[in-house]
Ligand binder design. Structure first.
Ligand code: ADP
Length: 289
């Protein structure tokens, strides 16, 4: 269990990136969903002890994270959104280096873990190649391999599917589901589909605030029997949750207690509907929910 209490962070230029965040996250896969600029990366970096908040407490299992960041680091795997520049080292050599930084000093243990992680992330055939020459998808898989070194109990992944092709994305989903049994995996994304596929629990963040959190099913209850889909635009455009395209043709997701237009058919509410609902509420709080 990860508990976050009244966490706030303001950047030097005055941007309030986190505003009084309170969250209790269970183990398993948890999604942190929000638009670009919402504060996801800032929250992830703060949880990974790479940034110091102005206020607040973080508790993971029995660790008071702000007082004992080194205790957390031993249990933490972190995949940042950007890795920066890669040194000109082979994939294996870089993983060995990172294993030592994580305190895995036993050579046999190091070798076994690295071989297993290369296999898991489909990098065995390029183990001796320099990471600096890797494609975006390969770098992302390398990032995942290094995050899993030491079998962490808290895995923080900032946009893990960025740059992956559809097959790599599916493979990553399968990998995360397989390893999520006895861990807390916190996954940030603006891709609702990733969370719908993977996470039974979600937190929605916007403008530095948690606007809603809980089991996905519970978040959908308030929209039940109120979402419609139509290929024609409803007259009351304030009812539109989202406008999507399929094979180049528009269709509208609409929130209404009664059929909003003759072409509208009732549909099952999705997390995407809830996400757009929250964004519209934030932008226009007066619009009835
Ligand atoms: P997200 O990951 O959801 O896209 P971020 O955490 O990156 O959001 O950013 C949250 C807010 O903080 C944004 O307004 C962003 O412009 C701002 N921000 C992020 N990093 C910095 C920084 N180093 N200095 C000043 N503002 C920043």
């Amino acid at each position: 269990m990860l508990t976050i209490h009244q966490l706030s962070l303001t950047y030097a230029d005055g941007t309030q990136a986190l505003r009084n965040i309170n969250l209790q996250l269970p183990s398993g896969m948890v999604g942190l969903l929000g638009p670009n600029g919402a504060g996801k990366s800032t929250l992830m970096r703060t949880l990974a002890c790479l940034q110091t908040p102005d206020n607040g407490d973080i508790q993971f299992a029995n660790i008071d994270v702000r007082k004992h960041p080194m205790d957390l680091r031993k249990q933490l795997g972190y995949l940042p959104q950007y890795f920066g520049v890669y040194p000109n080292m082979s994939c294996t050599a870089l993983l060995q280096h990172m294993a030592i930084l994580k305190g895995i000093n036993d050579k046999t243990q190091q070798k076994q873990q690295i071989a297993a992680l290369l296999e898991l992330t489909n990098l065995t055939s390029v183990a001796n190649k320099s990471v600096a020459t890797f494609s975006g998808g390969m770098r992302q898989r390398f990032g995942i391999a290094q995050a899993l070194l030491g079998d962490p109990t808290l895995l923080i992944m900032d946009e893990p599917t960025a740059g992956l092709d559809p097959a790599e994305r599916q493979r990553l989903h399968a990998l995360l589901v397989n390893i999520s049994q006895d861990k807390l995996i916190l996954l940030s994304t603006h891709i609702v589909e990733d969370i719908e596929n993977l996470c039974p629990y979600v937190a929605l963040i916007n403008a530095g605030q948690i606007v809603e959190s809980g089991p996905v099913q519970r978040l959908l209850t308030c929209l039940q029997d109120r979402v419609w889909q139509s290929h024609l635009k409803p007259r009351d455009t304030q009812q539109i949750l989202s406008e999507n395209y399929r094979f180049g043709l528009p269709h509208y997701r609409i929130l209404a207690t009664q059929q909003p237009c003759p072409s509208a058919v009732p549909v099952v509410a999705t997390l995407q509907d809830r996400y757009f609902f929250e964004l519209s509420q934030q932008a226009n709080p007066h619009v009835a929910g």
